[in-house]
Design a protein around this ligand. Structure first.
Ligand SMILES: [Fe+2]
Length: 209
């Protein structure tokens, strides 16, 4: 029988950094940030966010920002093929109560986005990445009880292995959501990062925040 080779074309990287924060750092960060002023999500009152702040706004964000540098550089290399300097332009904390969810969204004006998990997430409330929602065109599908899900026909991917203390990095254009949380409160910190510059031969753009 002939050998078969499957080439995975144009995959999208998602990075999990295990134990990015230690237990003491997690507790100190939750204690300090959770009590700061927060606002309810416009679409779901069981989800609240603290104010969006710069990564040098307090010692806890600064700590996360400094620790994330090497991972942003390595993840950025996968996206852009170069070890670039990265700047976290904003961070905020999300508190998702039992029964709450985060609607599907992307992060605008950002290249790498990240989540630091400060609690474990209940099985029902793992971050879910969605494949593109399609364009304004008819779509053919073969999804039914007897069909299988493969890496090539999947609509979504669940970040099921993320645990308290882990960092997740993903390209900011990826659609993602958190389904209804059937467990206890889920706390995370989100971030957006920009490279110092991108260059395409003679055309260069730099970013400031
Ligand atoms: Fe998000």
């Amino acid at each position: 029988m002939s050998e078969i080779h499957i080439h995975n074309l144009f995959p999208v990287p998602v990075m999990r950094v295990e134990n990015f924060l230690g237990e003491d750092e997690i507790q100190a960060t939750v204690d300090a940030i959770k009590s700061s002023p927060s606002m309810l999500n416009s679409q779901n009152e069981l989800l609240s966010h603290t104010e969006v702040m710069r990564s040098d706004a307090n010692e806890h964000y600064r700590n996360i920002g400094e620790k994330a540098q090497d991972y942003l550089r390595d993840f950025g290399f996968l996206l852009f093929g170069e070890n670039l300097g990265w700047h976290i332009k904003e961070m905020w904390m999300n508190m998702l109560a039992n029964g709450g969810h985060q609607s599907m969204h992307t992060h605008a004006n950002s290249f790498i986005s990240g989540v630091v998990y400060l609690t474990d997430s209940h099985e029902s409330a793992k971050t879910v990445f969605h494949n593109t929602m399609g364009t304004r065109a008819y779509v053919f599908s073969n999804s039914h009880a007897e069909s299988a899900i493969t890496p090539y026909n999947a609509d979504r991917w669940v970040a099921s292995d993320m645990q308290c203390g882990d960092l997740l990095l993903f390209p900011s254009y990826m659609l993602h959501a958190v389904p209804r949380n059937e467990g206890r409160e889920r706390i995370s910190i989100a971030m957006n990062a920009l490279p110092e510059r991108l260059k395409s031969w003679d055309y260069e753009v730099s970013f400031q925040s």
